[in-house]
Design a protein around this ligand. Structure first.
Ligand SMILES: [Zn+2]
Length: 118
């Protein structure tokens, strides 16, 4: 067994980060001409081409508030804590680098602080 098999990756996730990931995913989907089949996009059940074009026009570093406004909800940019269920706070994502099907775990800074006191 490879000793790196279960390395955990920690990453700070903000609404801005999510908005930029959305921009990257859109760019890739457009380049591949596969918006309908693209995994990350299909998660959000995208069907309206006009809204996608508007989102793409925001560029590589879109403002999360604009993304929400164009899309009509916060699904693209939303962050959530898996411990306290708070929505919209910056969170740290814990994931492993091997299993593509793994579900990442998210903790807000408040819950991380509580964990330190255990
Ligand atoms: Zn929390």
């Amino acid at each position: 067994m490879n000793k790196h098999q279960m390395d955990i990756i920690m990453k700070l996730i903000t609404r801005q980060y999510n908005a930029e990931q959305m921009a990257k995913a859109l760019k890739m989907a457009k380049a591949l001409k596969m918006v309908k089949n693209f995994k990350r996009l299909s998660r959000f059940n995208i069907s309206k081409k006009e809204r996608l074009d508007e989102l793409a026009a925001l560029g590589d570093k879109p403002c999360p508030d604009l993304v929400d406004k164009i899309w009509g909800n916060t699904k693209w940019t939303e962050t959530h804590c898996d411990e306290c269920r708070k929505i919209g706070a910056d969170v740290v994502e814990f994931d492993n680098d091997i299993d593509v099907d793994s579900i990442p775990f998210h903790l807000c800074k408040n819950c991380l602080g509580k964990a330190l006191k255990l």
